[in-house]
Design a protein around this ligand. Sequence first.
Ligand SMILES: C[S@@+](CC[C@H](N)C(=O)[O-])C[C@H]1O[C@@H](n2cnc3c(N)ncnc32)[C@H](O)[C@@H]1O
Length: 303
Amino acid sequence: MAFHIFKCSIEYYTNLNVDVEAIGVLEVTGKRTKMTNATKQPDSAPGYDAFMGRWSRNLAPQFVAWLSVAPHRRWLDVGCGTGALTAAIQYGAAPCEVWGVDPSAEYVKYAEAALPKAHCRFLVGDAQALPDRLEGFDATVSGLALNLIPDYTRALAEMIRVTRPGGIVAVYVWDFANGMLLLRLLWDAATQLDAAARTFDQGNLYPICKPDPLRELFIGAGLSAVETQALEIPMVFRDFDDYWRPLAAGLGYAPGYVASLPPAQRQQLRERLRTMLPTRDDGSISLTARAWAVRGLRGSRTA
Ligand SMILES: C[S@@+](CC[C@H](N)C(=O)[O-])C[C@H]1O[C@@H](n2cnc3c(N)ncnc32)[C@H](O)[C@@H]1O
């Protein structure tokens, strides 16, 4: 089975305990397994925005409001992607400066073009080894990215390192196991039709995306005053097509799964979802999406 995946590091998949050979995107060279160029999906900023960015842009302002950081502060957005959270900071928190960092040059370019250059700066970089010039932030945050970082404990240590003593460190991630209904229903339908789809269900792949593991991660990293919070947004689709089209477009992890299915199975999945989604008389579909957020303060002795 060909399976298209949007992140391309072997460590990423092995960390998730995904049977990378079974999912068919990799070529095996001796004991090393590498993703082939032919199966790599390029990052597509418009593709991300059409599938997920349209929702993450609604979620980010809630997170920023929950943090209640004073105006004129310096912020860092780690895993900034196309800039949904960066924009929420810029327009909702009156910062004096916001930096965004992401390993995708394509996403960074897109975010850079969308946000005012006087206040928002971007770098291509990895959360697990943040660029040297990033330091002394009042608020270091990350939206919907932590679970995608192979060594997220190290990434959190890096976020703390670049935060000033007394500054805030905070992240949020989708509640893949329960509250992110767009994906929950997709994986439930897919698993009903093929039990093997369980392997790809993000609810199984990301145990960190729950309040207790997030709290433990933050406390274990030495942060104080650690708190978690549910954030929820409505997700209203004009009609079934508005729900299905971004999934069928193949850009992103879940759309990659859908695109990997042979046409008959894809059609079955489509029809199964149609029966499962709560459709109103006017054809619209009203779902909700929940994320879990966690925040903590860097103490003066936190390394
Ligand atoms: C689901 S997107 C979220 C983007 C944006 N924060 C938002 O809320 O829309 C996840 C982002 O994590 C980034 N990412 C993946 N691995 C990363 C790493 N090692 N370090 C930093 N960011 C990473 C991806 O490039 C992608 O932009």
